[in-house]
Design a protein around this ligand. Structure first.
Ligand SMILES: [Zn+2]
Length: 342
């Protein structure tokens, strides 16, 4: 049960978010509107219906990806892609998120024959409108689907040379087991030559070796999730020494992908206590809840105190791709907050 102070803290602290997937985050209101606009039928007709559908059908990472593809199929035109990111920024503003790094998983659109230019132009226009209308700074990370052929992924990353003013980073997601990140070394070499920031989902549903490969072989400056780093003490020390951020999503790990029996047992606590730099994000809000809900879980169920939460929030800006200029605003908010309550 949260105190009045905790409720206000969660609502008002300026937040960054380092790990949220556009295609997995289409709000129900937008999915329904775009479905209607484009004549794409969905197996639900209300926000509640979408929640129930997701709850019933998502039982693991694989079923999650199927659901993700189904809902994303409502996006066809540039305007649709604009609407999705604009809606995400609108929701970010309500949560006092000032800086957000969005993974754009173009392969989910490519497989439906949508041209990259359509997607990128829609997202880019929305990024600009988000800053102007909501004061939310958005940075894009291009995500490759690790289950696809490496040559196809490399072609996608190569194409980013035409969108360097839109995209700032490269990431990798989808099922880890059977698809070690090392398969996509070429994509990361191309990303490196384009000057992109490098991150990868690793140590989520597979072990710590994937994290080692991501940082040593692919040159990743960040790891998304990385929850299984806790199984490897040498890796934990390495992450601390190299100041590598783990962009974690505790509810997604525990409640959507069932990597832990309960949120309480999530590895964010022992990893943070060992000195690993962590931040928290929502991953895919329609499936697991928004960032406020993520904050609430880390406080109420995992038991982080206020100073630990301030550290997580600060990390989301300090170790972001380019959100460090928000730190003075963040620190001023913390000073005011402490004066007010202490
Ligand atoms: Zn993710």
């Amino acid at each position: 049960m949260l105190t009045e102070r905790q409720i206000e803290f969660i609502r008002t602290i300026p937040k960054g978010e380092n790990h949220i997937h556009i295609e997995g985050s289409i709000p129900a209101r937008v999915a329904l509107r775009l479905g209607k606009r484009n004549g794409v039928s969905l197996p639900f007709s209300s926000e509640e219906g979408m929640k129930a559908f997701v709850k019933k059908n998502v039982v693991d990472l694989n079923s999650f990806m199927k659901c993700d593809r189904l809902i994303n199929s409502v996006c066809i035109t540039e305007e649709d892609y604009f609407d999705v990111v604009y809606a995400l920024a609108e929701d970010a503003k309500k949560q006092n998120i000032i800086y957000q790094e969005l993974h754009l998983d173009y392969p989910l659109n490519e497989e439906r024959g949508i041209a990259m230019d359509v997607v990128m132009k829609g997202y880019d226009q929305a990024r600009k409108a988000a800053l102007k209308d909501f004061g939310v700074e958005i940075v894009f990370i291009a995500g490759i689907d690790r289950t696809l052929p490496p040559t196809q992924c490399a072609a996608f990353i190569k194409n980013l040379e035409h969108y360097r003013d839109v995209v700032d980073g490269i990431g990798m997601d989808c099922e880890e087991k059977g698809y070690p990140c090392i398969l996509h070394k070429e994509s990361y070499e191309i990303a490196d030559s384009l000057g992109l920031f490098k991150t990868a989902h690793a140590g989520e549903d597979d072990g710590s070796q994937n994290i080692w490969d991501a940082i040593d072989e692919l040159g990743c400056q960040r790891i998304d999730h990385g929850v299984r780093a806790i199984e490897d003490p040498v890796l934990v020390k390495e992450l601390v020494d190299r100041k590598i951020l783990l962009a974690m999503c505790t509810r997604s790990n525990a409640n959507a992908c069932f990597l832990f029996p309960s949120l309480k047992e999530h590895s964010i606590r022992p990893l943070s206590e060992a000195g690993v730099i962590c931040s928290i994000s929502s991953d895919d809000p329609p499936y697991v809840g928004d960032l406020l809900w993520e904050y609430e879980g880390v406080i109420d169920e995992i038991g982080f105190d206020e100073d630990q939460m301030i550290k997580l929030a600060r990390n989301s800006l300090e170790y972001s791709i380019r959100g460090q200029h928000h730190l003075p605003t963040f620190d001023a908010w913390v000073d005011d907050w402490k004066k007010r309550w202490n």
